[in-house]
Write a protein that binds this ligand. Sequence first.
Ligand SMILES: [Cu+2]
Length: 142
Amino acid sequence: MSKVLIASFLGMVFATPVILAAPTSAQVDYPTLSKPGRKVPLGKDHYFTYGFTQQPKLGTAVMRVEVFTQDGKRDTSFAIQGDADMPSMRGAHSSGPKAFALSKKGAYLLPVQLVMPGDWEIRFTFLKNGQAVLRGAYLFDL
Ligand SMILES: [Cu+2]
């Protein structure tokens, strides 16, 4: 094999991961959030808490997120999306990204269909002015 051929072969080998690493939405990272009920920093000026309104069981559960400024004032200026799925059978029950709705009280609410026992994940995306500010995942067993 000539040096030119070897070089072009190596070039292909090393070029491939670069192509695969091109960002797609499926490859966006969702770091695991701290436990429900805890304050989670949201940018520099806010924090949020999250959790199911009741102990989840098979059927519909309601995820609630509440956003506050650092000095404790409720903030409803974010848009929040949630995507529920089972990591062990990715895509089988995926809700796709759904927008949380604001309650009169100013809490963000999202109904989630938990259709079978097992491992579940809810992926949260917090948006401000259309830009993702924070992504995170909540993993739990049903
Ligand atoms: Cu399943």
